[in-house]
Ligand binder design. Structure first.
Ligand code: SF4
Length: 382
C-alpha cells in the first residue's frame, strides 16, 4: 500500500488529489477510479470504517455528489394517504397483524386543498405513499395524481407497494413517472424470515417490470436489521448494482412500536451512513435520499450527517397532522421533517434547493442519453 493511502486503501482527502474526471491511469487512486468508472464496490471493512477514515470516505462521497449534481438537492413533498396494509413485515408497525393501530384513508378534498393551495413553495415534486392498499389507489391516488398534473407543475412519485400491471399503467397514464419500490433485503432467506412484502422474487420482478415499462424506479434497503450478517449487507449492494434503478435509499433499522422486533437494537448510524456513502461511490449518478429515520438512529444530527455522505434528495412531510401519528412505519413519536427543518438542514451543509423537479431531471436525462446514443451510432456509421 502506498503512503498516500490509509488502512482501508482510501486516498487522503480530496484537497491533496484533485479529481480528474474521465482520466484513469494505472496509478489512479482507488476511490478516484471508482468515482469515474463505477467500479467501486464496498467491502465489510469499508462499511465498518470509523474516525478519520470514515470522514475521508464520506468526504469523497459528498465530493462525488457535488461533481455530478452541484450543490443542488431535490426537494420533494410526501403525503401518506393510507395506513392500511395487506403485508405483514416484521419491522413495520403498519403490518396487518397490528390490531392496535387505528387505520385511516385520507380524504381527497382535504389533500387537494392542501396540495393545490397550501403546499410549500420550495417543493418541485410530490410523493404519494401508502401501506400496500390497492383500494386507496382507485379511490384516492389516481384522482390525486391527475389533479396534481393538471393543476400544478409538480413531478409525481408514488410509493404504493407491489400492484398489478394494469394499475401501474393507469398510474403512468394519470401522470406519475417515478415509482419507489424498495427491495428491502437482498438475501432471500432473510427476506422471508423478516416477512418482507410478498416474495423476494416477485419484488425484484416488479422492480424490473416497472423500469422496463418506462418508470424511473428508486429502490432501497435496510441497514442494521437483527441477524443481518456482513454478507447479507453486501448482498444489498450487489443486487442494487444489477437492477435498472435511478436511485436507491438506505434506511437504518428502527425497532418499530407494535412489531415483533420492538425489543431489537436500533441500527448503528455509522454503518448506515457508510452504506449511503458507498452507494454514492458505487453509482455517482443515482439520486440518493436522506431519510428522516436517520434522525431516529442518531437524534439531532443523523440527518445532517446523511447529507454529508452525498445524499441529494430531501423530503418534506405534508401528511395532515391528525393522520401522521398513525402512519406507524417506526415509532409513534415521529421526527417530522417540516419545510423549516429541511431548509435549515440543507443550508447548514451549504446545499441549495433544486429549481428543477426530479421528474423533469429524469426526463431530461433520458433525452440526453438518447441523443448521445444516436450521435454514437451516427459516428460509427461514418
Ligand atoms: S413495510 Fe410497507 S409493506 Fe411492509 S407492512 Fe409496512 S407498509 Fe406494509
Amino acid at each position: 500500500m502506498s503512503d498516500d493511502r490509509n488502512r482501508l486503501g482510501f486516498l487522503q482527502p480530496a484537497t491533496q488529489f484533485p479529481p480528474k474526471i474521465g482520466l484513469r491511469s494505472p496509478a489512479a487512486p482507488l476511490l478516484l477510479a471508482a468515482v469515474t468508472d463505477q467500479s467501486f464496490f464496498p467491502t465489510s471493512e469499508i462499511l465498518g470504517a470509523r474516525g478519520d477514515q470514515q470522514s475521508a470516505f464520506h468526504e469523497r462521497a459528498a465530493d462525488t455528489r457535488t461533481r455530478r449534481f452541484g450543490r443542488q438537492v431535490f426537494l420533494r413533498g410526501v403525503v401518506e394517504v393510507s395506513n392500511y396494509c395487506r403485508e405483514n413485515c416484521s419491522y413495520c408497525g403498519m403490518r396487518r397483524d397490528n390490531r392496535q393501530l387505528s387505520r385511516f384513508r385520507a380524504q381527497f378534498n382535504q389533500l387537494a386543498e392542501l396540495l393545490i393551495q397550501f403546499r410549500p413553495a420550495s417543493i418541485t415534486d410530490l410523493n404519494i405513499q401508502t401501506g400496500e392498499d390497492p383500494v386507496v389507489i382507485r379511490e384516492l391516488v389516481l384522482p390525486l395524481v391527475e389533479l396534481l398534473r393538471r393543476e400544478t407543475p409538480l413531478g409525481v412519485s408514488v410509493c404504493l407497494g407491489t400492484l398489478n400491471k394494469s394499475l401501474y399503467r393507469e398510474l403512468r397514464s394519470a401522470g406519475a413517472s417515478i415509482y419507489i419500490i424498495k427491495f428491502e433485503i437482498a438475501d432471500p432467506r432473510l427476506y422471508t424470515r423478516m416477512r418482507a412484502p410478498g416474495t423476494f422474487r416477485e419484488r425484484v420482478e416488479h422492480i424490473r417490470l416497472l423500469a422496463h415499462s418506462g418508470w424511473n424506479v428508486s429502490s432501497g434497503f435496510i441497514a442494521g436489521l437483527p441477524d443481518q450478517t456482513d454478507a447479507d449487507l453486501l448482498a444489498n449492494f450487489a443486487l442494487a448494482r444489477e437492477l435498472p434503478l435511478d436511485g436507491c435509499s438506505v434506511s437504518p433499522f428502527i425497532p418499530g412500536d407494535e412489531t415483533p422486533l420492538s425489543g431489537a437494537p436500533t441500527a448503528d448510524i455509522d454503518l448506515t451512513l457508510n452504506c449511503m456513502a458507498a452507494l454514492r461511490l458505487m453509482r455517482p449518478d443515482w439520486v440518493i435520499p436522506a431519510v428522516s429515520a436517520l434522525n431516529l438512529a442518531e437524534p439531532g444530527c443523523g440527518y445532517g450527517r446523511g447529507l454529508r455522505t452525498g445524499a441529494n434528495l430531501v423530503t418534506i412531510n405534508l401528511t395532515p397532522s391528525e393522520l401522521r401519528g398513525d402512519y406507524l412505519l417506526y415509532k409513534r413519536d415521529r421526527f417530522i421533517m417540516t419545510e423549516e427543518r429541511i431548509l435549515s438542514a440543507i443550508s447548514a451543509e451549504g446545499l441549495i434547493p433544486s429549481k428543477q423537479s426530479l421528474a423533469g431531471f429524469y426526463q431530461q436525462r433520458k433525452i440526453d442519453r438518447l441523443l448521445s446514443r444516436s450521435r454514437t451510432v451516427e459516428a460509427a456509421a461514418v
